[in-house]
Design a binder for this molecule. Sequence first.
Ligand code: FE
Length: 192
Amino acid sequence: MNDEKLLNFVKEFSLLLERSPSEEIIFTEGKGLLEKLIAVDDWLPEEFTKTHPQYYQQYLLYADPLDRFSVVSFVWGPGQKTPVHNHTVWGMIGQLRGEEKGTPYYRQPDGSYQAGNSHICQPGMVDTVSPDTHDIHVVENNLQDRASISIHVYGGNIGRIHRSVFDPITGTEKSFVSAYANKLVPNLWNSP
Ligand code: FE
């Protein structure tokens, strides 16, 4: 276990955000920091790696007290999958363990959502989402026999943000707040 890695990431990411960077800088310099964090899988405490038999788990690792960013461990059991959903803030998905499949969805003139090209994330790779360009997607564990884990960084406290899931066929939008699997986090906010 290397306890310094997450702390160093949070420090360096906070310093980056002090500069009020554009999304382009976040997706280059910030992405580089996340790539460094996930390069070697030797730091994530065991309690944030646990699967649930039914649902993918979202463990909060850090929430910035000014709500500028949050860091979350996403743990997928075999075959687990999100609905079609958005984020409303920028996001980066860094693959730490296993393999995940991401599929962007695009709104059609008739209101439905069409899947784009899927891509597979291997350990060390970082995927992005952005409300300006590609905010709606589905993510799933690409492995049927074991867990996959990715470290997500978002431009807000993602577990508290009101966002949406979509029925891809009818286009019906439903508001949701994702919250976190760890309800007790010694930080400066209250779980919804
Ligand atoms: Fe997502």
